[in-house]
Write a protein that binds this ligand. Sequence first.
Ligand code: GLN
Length: 544
Amino acid sequence: MSRFIFITGGVVSSLGKGIASASLGAILQARGLTINMIKLDPYINVDPGTMSPFQHGEVYVTNDGAETDLDLGHYERFAAITTSKSSNYTTGRIYGNVIAKERKGEYLGATVQVIPHITDQIKQSVLNSTNDADIVLVEIGGTVGDIESLPFMEAIRQLGVELGHDKALFMHLTLVPYIPAAGEIKTKPTQHSVKELRSIGIQPDILLCRAEKAIPEEERKKIALFTNVTLDSVISAVDVDHIYKIPRELHERGLDDIVVKKFGLDVPAADLSDWDAIVDALSHPQYTVNIGFVGKYVEHTDAYKSLMEALAHAGIHTKTKVNIVKIDSDVIEDNNNELLKSLDAILVPGGFGSRGVEGKISAVKYARENRVPYLGICLGMQVAVIEFARNVLGLQQAHSTEFNPKTPEPVIGLITEWKNQDGSVEKRDEKSDLGGSMRLGGQTCKLVPGTVARKSYDGAEEILERHRHRFEFNNNYLDELQKAGLVISGVSVDNELVEMIELADHPWFVACQFHPEFTSQPREGHPLFNSFISAALKHQQESD
Ligand code: GLN
């Protein structure tokens, strides 16, 4: 049977609980254990699909098509697991399931209540989502004391009792701030946070204390005394300059040892050579490239978390420091391309809404005409098709019906009906609910021989990449666009949907309808991003 680690947070939010959890997953994996990770999110949205990424960070898409919290991206990148619909439960989803059961009469006349019905539903969801892993890490979003998180806290408290001490462990992440005026670090917020946790019946086994520098033994003793946690389990989680240093850092402080000891597991020592190699590559790049990142709200890097990571991974695998030059697409709306001149490559990421679209189209035009490597992702492919239709084919009003529903030349449009890979038929129209009307999740793409795309993916005939979009390439324009020189380099299995395009007489101009960033991992990097960064390097060397 699986063992469980429940991870809660206190004092303030944004302490990096997701990354700390994922790093613990990584070091347990490095000891030969199989792991699984689950995120419980106390907000009421059924999933983050309709939440603004500029408030909540990126919507991470799983292979089975769930729109989830960005922490699942950390889990996949650190712990090399494949997350799914059963890796993320929100209050909305839990209540939705309980209410559906109530309507079916499954509670046999009982008064349906938070305890036991909601808490039972949470416990069942966790216990059904273990994937039979040796260790299941369950992260609870928010901070202790939030009203919304109470049912989740109560559910994990009950699970702790039911599973027993040798099967369940509680880890609490807090902040130990340094107060410059006093010249001291302060343990009081941590004491209070644990007091709050204990008041709802949870005694933490491990405290992970975020701090600028290692917390001196005296202060750790004080925390241990006030919180009833053993001294060796009060661990400093020291600020580091790169997230991929965290697994080694936590290992050096003994975190994996404490866990395996508490669970009584006899496992080999941690092999962290992968992580050391990643950190070594990050610390000693041989080259630097400047990648223009053209979008709206580009300053909100959390909204593009996986993409930023994918570019960093490509840097690791090409010995290159990848500098992201953020360019607000509104600023280049008037064809003013000064900002684009010093770039080694241009990337237009995914996006929704019409603001800034013309600027993105201008950036594509610049990349095409000046032979600057270009990677277009999702919306980045759609604007590449629009640009080509307008400026090469001469369809001056070419657009996506997302931005101009009345365009006479809808080169990108809404597909109202399509077949999923399992054969099921999905339908949507302009009035469909925003939540749940998108093409979502992993789908196979066939790569066309002789294309840059096929070469980038090391000659693979087929690839599996994740989607999240409503609009598609309009096949009514396929012949015309191809005759004008647009190359279709990837199509869906039934040949009905264009998944990748490129330009024949351009050194590296590739765009895809899917989001390759969701499957990029630091250990291997991602073939398309590795190829893109290599093209940027080549462009730089040739322009020198
Ligand atoms: N807005 C576009 C669509 O819905 C692109 C979405 C995206 O880039 N993820 O098709």
